[in-house]
Write a protein that binds this ligand. Structure first.
Ligand SMILES: Cc1cc2nc3c(=O)[nH]c(=O)nc-3n(C[C@H](O)[C@H](O)[C@H](O)COP(=O)(O)OP(=O)(O)OC[C@H]3O[C@@H](n4cnc5c(N)ncnc54)[C@H](O)[C@@H]3O)c2cc1C
Length: 505
């Protein structure tokens, strides 16, 4: 088949490379030139699983390396990255220094890996995307940078595309278009695909910075009992009154940081500010964050995205498909984007091994998953003003994510592969029911960690919501072994499979 992929972020480039390896003729077009800046940097275990499966099936060694911090650092040292051992959350109150006591009233740490070697990573997208587009070109895909398509016409079961590339007119005839343009929304501007309203609405103020202070030092008055990993080797989330802030440290000293501000809280005030003013104003409300960023220098201009959310009514049709980031984006809160995008790449790659049949199934599954992510995110945003409820509610995400990861690592897998099992339990009736019960419960007074613990019990392999853990959750293999029955395995079977858990081959 002749396939056009519009957008050479990591997802478009990996797909282009695989389809080219399969024998398709692939055009990969982007309106920018690599290396270029991109957001969306913190990876997760479910992303690592996809990378490892794609590496294995299509013989892509670099994807296997990108799946774990240790392998990446050893085999692709020129691509900058950050060590991500888990998710760290701090609850702040405006106007007051960050405070926390021995029982972690305002702190939650959930490890995603037991060691640095097999940990997740923050991707410096500039480097990773550049590497992947070069690999797509090396595999034989026709790569056009600084190109823009201006017309898309359907012609007898195929597509006629026309546009400009480096000042000259270009035309292509293809059988399938994959929109990998992210919020660029390429196909939605050329085909009658409706937009769908999504909640919550948030604004982003973001940048890359050098020289920020250590959080533990500026939070000198807070007690920080030792956790399963150093707090800052993580996707750090500061939960605020008007939303939240992420801080993702890269190994070379730069951090990616951004305020995600909920509409109706500070959004109106921010509308009239420059990004720099908005950044300063938000920092000024939180003394510990202000102190942490006081010595920092922006490594690039501070930016603003007025509305982060978007969603379309359909993710696929006859002769076309959208990758997740072109179809729907809701929130960076649980770092769902990279994993979801890779899962979709895996599905399209499987489908196109045989032909374009099955795009309907692809589109329907993305729609179901978008609904599921939307519920997870909306539940978390609704509790952000109350750290106890936020911390308790977020454990549902961690139960679903860790159960999916353990299943995919330890169980044989469905006949058509793990790629078609819904993201984050969205096709698992048990997880779906848990989510509905937690969302309903969060509306009720007195609904706390103990209630969550009972609800998530059938998928809780990580000892989540156990008060004895004091909101510090390591990856505990003994606990996983004790919970073998939840996966339908015996303790002995899990012990045998432990190398799989560590990304072994
Ligand atoms: C603020 C923010 C933070 C995020 N944080 C995380 C996170 O921590 N973890 C996580 O997993 N996910 C995160 N995400 C989501 C993540 O960014 C996406 O999942 C990821 O970027 C998807 O990659 P992609 O290759 O599909 O698309 P993109 O990275 O969006 O790439 C799209 C490409 O298409 C090109 N393009 C756009 N329009 C056109 C056009 N008309 N013609 C040609 N080319 C075009 C662009 O130049 C770009 O190169 C975050 C997203 C945002 C907005």
């Amino acid at each position: 088949m002749r396939i056009a992929i519009v957008g050479s972020g990591f997802a478009g480039s990996i797909l282009a490379r695989i389809l080219q390896i399969q024998g398709h003729r692939v055009l990969l077009l982007d309106r920018h030139r690599h290396p270029r800046f991109a957001l969306g940097e913190s990876s997760t275990p479910l992303a690592a699983l996809c990378l490892e499966r794609l590496a294995e099936r299509y013989g892509l060694e670099d994807l296997h390396a990108l799946a774990a911090w240790g392998r990446w650092r050893e085999r692709l040292p020129h691509l900058r990255r950050g060590l991500k051992r888990g998710f760290t959350f701090y609850g702040h109150s405006p106007g007051r220094p960050y405070s926390n006591g021995a029982s972690n009233e305002r702190r939650l740490l959930v490890a995603a890996s037991p060691s640095d070697a097999i940990a997740d990573t923050h991707w410096l997208r500039e480097d990773v995307d550049h590497h992947l587009v070069l690999e797509a070109g090396r595999a034989g895909a026709e790569v056009l940078e600084e190109g823009e398509l201006s017309s898309v016409e359907s012609a007898q079961g195929a597509w006629r595309l026309a546009g400009r590339h480096k000042g000259r007119d270009v035309r292509f005839n293809v059988d399938l278009i994959v929109d990998a343009s992210g919020p660029g929304g390429f196909l939605a501007r050329h085909l009658p695909i409706e937009r769908v309203e999504t909640e919550p609405h948030t604004t982003l103020i973001f940048g890359h910075f050098e020289g920020i202070a250590d959080f533990a030092e500026v939070a000198g008055g807070a007690v920080l009992p030792e956790g399963p990993y150093p707090d800052e080797q993580a996707a750090v989330h500061h939960i605020l009154e008007e939303g939240w802030m992420y801080v993702l440290p890269f190994d070379h000293g730069t951090v990616s940081a951004g305020f995600v501000i909920a509409e109706g809280r500070a959004r109106a005030a921010l509308a009239s500010h420059t990004p720099d003013q908005a950044w300063e104003q938000l920092l000024a409300r939180y003394p510990t964050l202000r102190d942490q960023f006081a010595p920092a220098r922006p490594a690039r201009p501070i930016g603003k995205i007025p509305r982060l959310q978007h969603r379309l009514a359909q993710a696929a049709g006859d002769g076309w498909a959208l990758l997740p980031h072109a179809y729907c984006f809701l929130s960076p809160l649980f770092s769902t984007g990279i994993a979801w995008s890779l899962l979709a790449v895996e599905r399209l790659a499987f489908l196109l091994e045989r032909g374009p049949q099955g795009l309907q199934r692809y589109g329907d599954l993305l729609s179901l998953e978008a609904d599921h992510i939307q519920k997870l995110v909306a539940g978390a945003y609704a509790t952000m003003g109350d750290f106890d409820r936020f911390a308790a509610g977020s454990l549902l995400y961690f139960a679903a994510a860790s159960f999916a990861e353990a299943s995919q690592r330890l169980l044989p897998g469905p006949a058509d592969g793990w790629a078609w099992s819904g993201f984050l339990g969205s096709t698992d009736p048990v997880v779906r029911k848990m989510l509905d019960r937690v969302l309903a419960g969060l509306q009720e007074p007195g609904f706390e960690e103990e209630e969550i613990r009972q609800i998530i019990a059938p998928r809780n392999l990580a000892g989540l919501a156990d008060p004895a853990r004091n909101r510090l959750y390591p990856v505990d293999l003994e606990l996983l072994i004790a919970g073998a029955g939840l996966l339908g395995l015996t303790a002995e079977e899990i012990r045998r499979e432990i190398p799989q858990l560590r990304g072994g081959r």
